[in-house]
Design a protein around this ligand. Structure first.
Ligand SMILES: Nc1ncnc2c1ncn2[C@@H]1O[C@H](COP(=O)(O)OP(=O)(O)OP(=O)(O)O)[C@@H](O)[C@H]1O
Ligand SMILES: [Mg+2]
Length: 381
């Protein structure tokens, strides 16, 4: 039987997917040429819209599905032929279920009893995991006597007791309300740092991805769009998909033209530096889309040097900030986020400015970010 090479107590796990494709019959090509390295002890989040292939990717790593082509490596060993239980992984599924008739202790120790570990070893591991998760006082309760968050922790506990080399989490917080989710997020981050284990976490929620990850892999329609730290994918999106997927409210996308060294949209003009012009000139035939994040647009009630006049259409007060929807002359709409309470009213005239170092310009046809990697984009304020 194929086995994972044993490297003693300390097990280094780098996971590598090389040109991985997954095709479900008949002809459903779900993952396309996935090349991805997950580093040892890394918190890697896979994020993307529903149906993009996140769970499939995790199932391939777990060995619950077989690749159609390509290889998966753990360290220097190809695990394509390795059955799931030999992979030393622990997985929390999208819809986890606890055994309702077993108490927490039995739920947590189930896999260990199945593996015929000695009872005192089992108890030691359960106690340790319960301590970490703060559920020691709940060990004798049945799942129905627990809150949602406590149940979630028991599901995590079931994973921890197995001393896995890698954790695979598939939307483990999807059943929780917003407040509990935020709490559990923080606990999972702490847990991963404490256990020093490689963790691959799947979610469709970009906020969750941004707040938890060391690095994020953004998938769309079975292809990797970008891999990077939260900082990188927010500030340096490779393409329009990533730019629109990361950040809330979403980045504004405005169709525009180049006129000498000006971007024109409707009746409005923004002067751009020569470096930008040089990058976009060769792609002009494809059309241009300017991207600017709502939080980077400055908006005021009075005109200021270089400002553009707009009409406010909707105001949403969120407490800490206000989301202002507005229309440029010529009917193009966009959004801005201001801090605190914006005292204007719907229908008011307002004045905005778009900081040139914060704009992105996308090729309208290929959706590639033409300014990706331009050093004059001073994002680190
Ligand atoms: N066993 C299967 N047979 C055929 N098609 C499948 C199978 N499993 C998944 N798919 C298809 O593969 C695509 C990706 O599914 P997957 O479950 O990986 O998506 P996901 O990104 O996890 O989505 P979600 O966020 O909704 O959980 C979907 O279009 C799905 O219908
Ligand atoms: Mg899924």
């Amino acid at each position: 039987m194929v086995q994972l090479k044993d490297k003693g107590d300390y097990y280094m796990v780098k996971i590598e997917l090389r040109k991985v494709n997954k095709i479900f019959k008949p002809n459903v090509h779900v993952l396309k040429d996935i090349d991805l390295t997950i580093r040892d002890k890394e918190f890697m989040v896979l994020v993307g819209p529903s149906g993009c292939g996140k769970s499939t990717c995790l199932n391939l790593i777990a060995g619950l599905e077989i690749v159609t082509s390509g290889e998966i490596y753990f360290g220097d060993q190809c695990v394509n032929e390795l059955p799931p239980k030999e992979r030393k992984l622990a997985m929390v599924f999208q819809s986890y279920a606890l055994y309702p008739h077993m108490d927490v202790r039995k739920n947590m120790s189930f896999a260990l009893r199945l593996a015929r570990l000695k009872p005192d070893e089992i108890e030691k591991r359960v106690q340790k995991a319960a301590n970490i998760l703060n559920i020691s006082h709940l060990l004798d309760r049945k799942p129905k006597e627990l809150s949602g968050g406590q149940r979630q922790r028991v599901a995590l506990g079931r994973c921890i007791v197995r001393n896995p080399t890698v954790f695979l989490f598939d939307e483990p917080l999807s059943n929780l309300d917003a407040k509990l989710r935020t709490q559990m997020r923080a606990e999972i981050i702490k847990l991963q740092k404490q256990l020093q284990t490689t963790l691959i976490y799947v979610t469709h929620d970009q906020v969750e991805a941004m707040s938890m990850a060391d690095r994020i892999t953004i998938l769309n329609q079975g292809r990797i769009q970008q891999v990077g730290t939260p900082h990188e994918v927010y500030n340096y999106p490779r393409n329009k998909f990533v730019a629109g997927f990361i950040g809330s409210p979403m980045m504004n996308f405005i169709e525009c033209d180049l006129e000498s060294s000006n971007l024109r949209f409707g009746e409005n003009i923004i002067k751009i530096p020569e470096e930008y012009v040089n990058k976009i000139q060769p792609k002009l035939n494809n059309g241009l889309i300017m991207g600017i994040r709502p939080e980077h647009i400055e908006i005021k009630q009075k005109p200021f040097p270089g400002s553009i006049e707009v009409q406010i259409s909707v105001l949403e007060y969120l407490g800490a900030n206000t989301v202002v929807s507005f229309d440029f002359k010529g009917g193009i709409s966009a959004m801005a986020v201001t801090s605190g309470f914006y005292s204007g009213k719907m229908g008011d005239t307002a004045y905005i400015s778009i900081p040139i170092e914060k704009i992105h310009i996308f090729d309208a046809k290929t959706e590639v970010n033409l300014l990706y990697n331009i050093p004059i984009q001073k994002f680190d304020d």
